[in-house]
Design a binder for this molecule. Structure first.
Ligand SMILES: *Cc1c(COP(=O)(O)O)cnc(C)c1O
Length: 473
């Protein structure tokens, strides 16, 4: 008797397809009525149609017919999934603290509060409260940025890529910009220095060789068409061995002597001396300004630890020229980020409490003992989640800053290594997928056949445990 389906597949399929409830019947089910209260009738009708179409396909592949209630429940699940933000929070256990694909810096509470306030209320964004006249949006940060960097003036745009574009276009459109071959960077997301220059209307003049550039390479290249000298921080690589780099201070001397501006794209840049937090030294913005650059550009969401933004600081008359460029209007920053940036920058006025208040520095300077103890506490919980096919071990690992700061520097960290007992790569991929499918996805990194969860960036232990135990726990 069990063979009968196979003897008359077409006939039986038609019969069972007819048994599928209609859209209206599904909509009358209890589950559909509940879903309609939450998502609206139109959305539920649409989802039920899609679910019925999918069920029909499944049945052609041999699945059984579903009841109206079951179909409605399925439709509700797809609506729930669609309602969850795809930008939902996750645990960044990759070991890269400023991970560009995971949104870079996590903001300080003060910044979150300020941004929320600015979102909810009207603010004096371009309004001078003392005179009652029109103000400048950059004014909110100008004094603070100058105080923290030693620069004469400052302006702000959407991100550092925009800052570089705007600076080149403002100061060297139709002119040449001289750059060392060793500094023609490509950073992620198709930001290539030569392409940005072309879009800025600047002619790229490469000097030196990949590994060695000398002061005379610049002096020989400077002529009547020179718009500026550009120094670019080699954010994501190092040239080592037989090398010669012209320092920012040397370049500033050449620029001054020849009467052309020097622009230093610091990339990450930092307002604090990282050495004070037990990390390697990364050039600070203050140093770059002091070394004599006429303009310095850097990001808001890298080491600075704020929201995405591009800072342009430097000489007053050059900043004024940059601000007169109509492109500035197209690249400006909104009130929400301005509020968050102001609050973030103010934290730098109190270096003693900076690491406690600014998540980026707090995570980067977190003690190894603290991370190792956390790893030991979480190991059994992760082992329970992974199941008997995996070994979970507490171990040392290496974090990195990310986003082009100190690209070769690593920071001793601790975490959990998960190894499939049978050494199978597909078991590891399945486990990674299960971790990504959690209510708060967990993202680690695969290294030498193991899944590594670097716990440096895990601060909410309770939430992590609850997340692993599932929604019912
Ligand atoms: C990161 C970086 C940029 C781009 O900055 P965004 O803020 O990501 O736009 C430009 N130049 C250098 C040297 C960088 O490291």
């Amino acid at each position: 008797m069990e063979q009968s389906n196979k003897e008359q597949p077409g006939h039986d399929l038609q019969a069972s397809l007819r048994r599928l409830p209609s859209v209206d019947q599904v909509l009358q089910s209890e589950a559909a009525r509940k879903a309609a209260e939450r998502f609206g009738r139109a959305a539920v009708t649409e989802a039920v149609r899609d679910t019925l179409a999918a069920a029909r396909e499944d049945m052609k592949a041999g699945a059984a017919a579903l009841s109206a209630q079951a179909l409605a429940e399925r439709a509700a699940l797809t609506l729930e999934a669609a309602e969850r933000s795809s930008l939902r929070p996750l645990f960044n256990l990759t070991g890269t603290v400023l991970h560009t694909n995971l949104g870079r810096a996590v903001l300080a509470e003060a910044a979150i509060e300020a941004a929320t306030y600015a979102m909810r209320e009207a603010v004096a964004l371009e309004f001078d409260l003392s005179s009652g006249k029109r103000g400048e949006r950059d004014d909110h940060l100008r004094t603070l940025v100058c105080e923290l960097t030693g620069a004469e003036d400052a302006t702000l745009v959407n991100n550092n890529a925009a800052a570089v574009l705007l600076v080149l276009n403002s100061l060297a459109s139709g002119k040449e910009a001289i750059v060392s071959r060793g500094e023609l960077i490509e950073i992620g997301g198709a930001f290539r220095m030569p392409d940005i220059m072309a879009r800025a209307g600047t002619k790229l003049v490469e000097v030196g060789t990949t590994n060695r550039t000398h002061p005379r390479d610049y002096t020989d290249a400077i002529g009547e068409h020179t718009g500026l000298l550009l120094k670019v921080h080699t954010s994501n690589y190092r040239i080592e061995g037989f090398t010669r780099e012209v320092t920012a201070a040397e370049l500033a001397g050449i620029a001054r002597q020849k009467g052309v501006p020097l622009v230093n794209d610091l990339g990450s840049g930092t307002l604090a001396d990282l050495a004070a937090f037990g990390l390697a030294h990364e050039p600070t913005v203050r140093e770059a300004v002091k070394d004599g650059a006429d303009i310095v550009t850097f990001s808001g969401d890298k080491l600075l630890g704020g929201p995405q933004a591009g800072f342009i600081v430097g000489r007053k008359e050059l900043i004024a020229r940059i601000n007169r460029n109509p492109m500035k209007r197209a690249l400006r920053v909104d009130k929400i980020r301005l509020a968050a940036l102001e609050a973030t920058l103010k934290l730098y006025r109190d270096p003693q409490r900076l690491a406690a208040r600014l998540p980026t520095l707090r995570l980067l300077s977190r003690s190894l003992d603290d991370i190792a103890a956390l790893a030991a506490r979480l190991a059994p919980k992760l082992a329970a989640f992974a199941g008997p096919a995996f070994d979970v071990a507490v171990g040392d690992c290496l974090s990195q800053i990310g986003s082009g700061a100190l690209p070769l520097a690593t920071i001793a960290s601790a975490g959990l290594a998960v190894l499939p007992k049978d050494g199978s790569g597909s078991a590891l991929a399945d486990l990674s997928a299960r971790l990504r499918a959690l209510p708060m996805p967990v993202i680690g990194r695969i290294e030498h056949g193991a899944l590594i969860l670097d716990l440096r960036c895990l601060e909410d232990e309770e939430r992590f445990s609850a997340n692993l135990s599932g929604p019912d726990a």
